[in-house]
Design a protein around this ligand. Structure first.
Ligand code: PGA
Length: 237
């Protein structure tokens, strides 16, 4: 079954490293993607998006965030309109690193989601435990989704990535039962939406094979920096 695989490069590459990866690694990676039915969306830093979209305009590129307003006096922010102008098709919103280090709130996540939906860019909304709050999952997920849910019409594609912060970059994964429970809470909350539900957090090829039947795709961090590992994950889904 077709899976959506998001490569979140975070701030791991410098501009030169990212551009050289795009030039040297991407062509053979794309051959692997094309041999499957999956879709791969790479999300470099803002500074590489122009280069990425001009080298490979046909690919579905993603951004890692956007501002809460389309324009104005917001020093350092990047407008969703600029992403649209560059041909960006997806944008990660509410990543736990944004919620944790930048105190991003559910209100801001909803503002960004609304702007992106209006512009026809798919938001990839990250929800899940931000710290050690594992046992509060259902309440937390309900709260994190409450403001974004009403923004989606029946036609919008609602892409949610369940990413417990304790699993990100830690090598720790939820058990199949923990993951099933969280996913079923999310599916219950969004039962009337056109939903693609992803999992993210310490995914490598063996976990992708194990979790693939439970989800519509994966949000990858560390593993997405290595094109050979990325190929293995794509072929394991
Ligand atoms: P990880 O990151 O795969 O390195 O755990 C996932 C994420 O932060 O989206």
């Amino acid at each position: 079954m077709k899976k959506l695989i998001i490569a979140n490069w975070k701030m791991q590459f410098s501009h030169n490293q990212a551009c050289s990866w795009i030039e040297t690694e991407l062509p053979s990676l794309q051959e692997t993607v094309a041999s499957t039915e999956h879709e791969l969306v790479i999300c470099p830093s803002f500074t590489e998006l122009q280069y990425a979209t001009s080298c490979f305009p046909e690919l579905p590129w993603g951004a890692q965030d956007c501002g809460t307003a389309l324009k104005g006096a917001y020093t350092g922010e990047v407008s969703a309109q600029s992403l649209k102008d560059m041909g960006i098709r997806y944008t990660i919103i509410g990543h736990s690193e944004r919620r944790l280090h930048h105190h991003e709130t559910d209100v801001q996540v909803a503002q960004k989601t609304e702007l992106l939906l209006e512009l026809g860019i798919h938001p990839i909304i990250c929800i899940g435990e931000v710290g050690e709050e594992k046992e509060q999952t259902p309440d937390l997920l309900t709260r994190q989704l409450s403001l974004v849910k009403p923004l989606y019409t029946a036609y919008d594609l609602c892409i949610i990535a369940y990413e417990p912060a304790w699993a990100i970059g830690s090598g720790q994964l939820p058990t199949q039962e923990e993951l099933r429970n969280a996913l079923s809470t999310i599916r219950g909350l969004l039962h009337d939406k056109n939903l693609l539900l992803l999992y993210g957090g310490s995914i490598q090829a063996p976990h992708a094979r194990l979790f693939s039947p439970l989800v519509d795709g994966f949000l990858l961090g560390g593993a997405s920096l290595n094109s050979e590992e990325l190929k293995k994950i794509i072929l394991s889904c």
